[in-house]
Design a protein around this ligand. Structure first.
Ligand SMILES: [Zn+2]
Length: 88
């Protein structure tokens, strides 16, 4: 499987669609398009996995009513991880 850049079909708008996909905000055609892309693009699949993890962590910390300090600590750590993955 090639990476996004060499496939030439992966850009910020597609990444943005990953989030819409997770939000359930896409049409059936768009969902299929995103799914199809995820199967062929490691970079986006990784981004998708990460976003899923982030959401479950945030959801859990919210339902457990984490104090604001902890929540912001989690969000800071999450953005650090994202930077590491993007640049690592
Ligand atoms: Zn991609």
């Amino acid at each position: 499987m090639g990476d996004c850049q060499s496939l030439g079909n992966c850009d910020d708008s597609r990444i943005a669609r990953l989030y819409e996909y997770l939000d359930g905000a896409l049409s059936v055609e768009d969902i299929n398009d995103v799914k199809n892309h995820l199967e062929h693009c490691d970079e986006c699949a990784q981004e998708y996995d990460l976003e899923c993890i982030i959401r479950s962590v945030v959801k859990r910390s919210c339902s457990e009513q984490a104090p604001d300090a902890l929540k912001s600590k989690i969000m800071t750590r999450i953005s650090e991880i994202r930077v590491e993955i993007r640049h690592g």
